[in-house]
Design a protein around this ligand. Structure first.
Ligand code: HEM
Length: 300
């Protein structure tokens, strides 16, 4: 297996980031808001944030690459990480991005693909050697996953991995989430935003006028739908609306006050279980290595 230290070495070599930033999703901002579940979700899953009326959330919108000074005019995948703060003080996270499908099923391939994607000719060579990635890359192109969105509020985000929801009686179903935007063109602020930080400026203006809302949808796996492979496409799933995320205001980056903030896709609570997806299982070790490097470099 690719050692997490080597994975971070290779990703940092690809982006050559300045010290003190995330290895990927280096440019981003923090926001606060709330999550309100639907009764349909609460019936399928006993997790505390689905049972409660409304819980607070912390959100971080980001650009996917490792360059913290990248212009928002550059095409990129965008990220939306969410921490749900449960009434009992525990926290569970979902890390989503704009690509509806994932092109690889091992950490080694993810790191090689990300490094190759820095240049068109190396990406083409990588693709020629990994034709199984093509359907997901084409689905991403169709969805404009690597784009120049007008707003964080108008694009969908996909956490991609499957999680098992367990209800009050111990019955389980596998689900995959989508955060579908309810922000519309008509809600755009009057001012026009251009330049390297236009997404942050646009969302601040939008939030000043009211919350930015997403529907949290889940696909519930049907017979034959594979939960342990991030590349699998579910063909027998049904979909339901599991709740709403309302992002309400920007909040200062807590890391500027010295505390490290880690969003972790394996941080789950009672009522939610992990699949054996090798990408999902690998991510915490890679993220820990990234966090310890960025916090260590600040202390030196
Ligand atoms: C083996 C596969 C992956 C590796 C090695 C990887 C690596 C990383 C690293 C090193 C970070 C920075 C962590 C930090 O310093 O806090 C990061 C952040 C992030 N990743 Fe991944 N990643 C992988 C797969 C994914 C997938 C499948 C998704 C989404 C479906 C995703 C979404 C995100 C998001 C949204 C962030 C930003 C979190 C934040 O705002 O703090 N990653 N990733």
């Amino acid at each position: 297996m690719l050692e997490p230290e080597r994975a971070i070495d290779r990703l940092q070599a690809a982006f050559d980031p300045p010290d003190g930033y995330r290895t990927l999703h280096a440019k981003g901002g923090f926001y606060t808001g709330t999550f309100t579940a639907t009764p349909e979700a609460a019936a399928l899953c006993r997790a505390g944030h689905l049972a409660a009326a409304t819980v607070p959330v912390t959100v971080r919108w980001s650009n996917a690459g490792g360059n913290p000074r990248v212009s928002d005019e550059e095409p990129d995948i965008r990220g939306m990480a969410i921490s749900f703060h449960l009434p009992d003080g525990t926290v569970t996270d979902l890390l989503a991005q704009t690509s509806p499908r994932f092109p690889v099923r091992t950490p080694e391939d993810f790191v090689a693909m990300t490094a190759a994607s820095r240049r068109p000719h190396t990406m083409l060579l990588w693709l020629a050697r990994h034709p199984s990635a093509l359907p997901a890359i084409l689905a991403g192109a169709k969805a404009k996953a690597v784009g120049r969105p007008s707003s964080y509020a108008e694009i969908p985000y996909y956490p991609l991995h499957a999680y098992r929801w367990v209800d009050a009686d111990g019955n389980g179903v596998w689900v995959r989430y989508t955060f579908a935007p309810l922000g519309r063109r008509e809600d755009r602020p009057e001012a026009t935003f251009t330049g390297p930080d236009r997404l942050r400026q646009e969302i601040a203006a939008r939030l000043a006028a009211g919350p930015v809302r997403y529907e949290m949808r889940v696909q519930v796996a049907g017979p034959g739908d594979e939960p342990h492979d991030v590349m699998s496409v579910w063909t027998n799933a049904r979909e339901l609306v599991a709740g709403h995320v309302d992002v309400t205001a920007p909040t200062p980056d807590p890391e500027t006050r010295g505390c490290a903030v880690v969003f972790d896709p394996t941080r789950v609570v009672d009522g939610i279980e992990l699949s054996d997806d090798p990408i999902l299982r690998y991510r915490p070790a890679a993220y820990s290595e990234s966090v310890s490097r960025r916090t260590r470099s600040r202390e030196e």
